[in-house]
Design a protein around this ligand. Structure first.
Ligand code: FMN
Length: 194
């Protein structure tokens, strides 16, 4: 399997704008695991981006071009969101609406969601569906962090099992980064009869 020789680039997007965000802490843990697997990593912290509510007539509004540039450079993208009212957050939706196939087609995508109550499966499933619409390659492994109010201690994930799963996700992103470029996979893609 031939892989690019430049370091793998993993970019995480944090869908929470909160100062004390469990999502951000979890994403940083995943990026730390990706770095341990020899990737270059960076966090797109949407607090630092001016992104007005998406208007199709203003697709270059605010920092949208810079956001798209960061995403296009990535071999793998980790989308992290708080669950809001049974769904993923509006800052993340806005960021995704400013993006498209140029940013996500053939990109390996990992998903992580955080909730105050039970497991945030709806947010993960909805993000999986959005990723499919963008033609991304979504990893089967995703991470649901429930009971967020008891998950962070001293800026670190407190639960060993959750931390291990988050780190597994970071490592899997590196392992499968750029998956659509693997020639062996492209050659063995099944041909469907119409
Ligand atoms: C507007 C809003 C809606 C929320 N809806 C849910 C929900 O439907 N289910 C749930 O378990 N938690 C819900 N929460 C709690 C958040 O998911 C929780 O506080 C989470 O930690 C936020 O992520 P963050 O710490 O990264 O900001 C909601 C919080 C807010 C502010």
């Amino acid at each position: 399997m031939t892989r690019n020789t430049r370091p793998t680039q993993v970019v995480a997007v944090c869908g929470s704008l909160a100062t004390d965000s469990v999502t951000r802490v979890a994403l940083q843990e995943a990026l730390s695991a990706a770095e341990a697997a020899d990737a270059r990593t960076s966090l797109v912290d949407l607090r630092e981006y001016h992104l007005p509510t998406f208007d199709p007539d203003e697709q270059d509004a605010g920092d949208a071009p810079e956001l798209r540039r960061r995403l296009r450079e990535a071999d793998a993208v980790l989308l992290g969101t708080p669950m809001y009212h049974g769904s993923f957050s509006s800052p993340l939706k806005t960021a995704l609406d400013y993006s498209g196939f140029d940013e996500f087609e053939d990109t390996t995508v990992g998903l992580l969601a955080v909730s105050g109550g039970g497991f945030p499966r709806p947010a993960l499933e909805q993000l999986r569906s959005v990723s499919r619409a963008l033609d991304a390659w979504t990893l089967p492994l995703d991470v649901a962090v429930p009971n967020s109010y008891e998950q962070v201690d001293d800026d670190e994930l407190a639960d060993d099992a959750i931390r291990d799963r988050v780190r597994d996700l970071g490592a899997e992103l590196v392992r499968h980064a750029g998956i659509a470029r693997y020639p062996n996979i492209a050659e063995t893609t099944p041909q469907h009869a119409d």
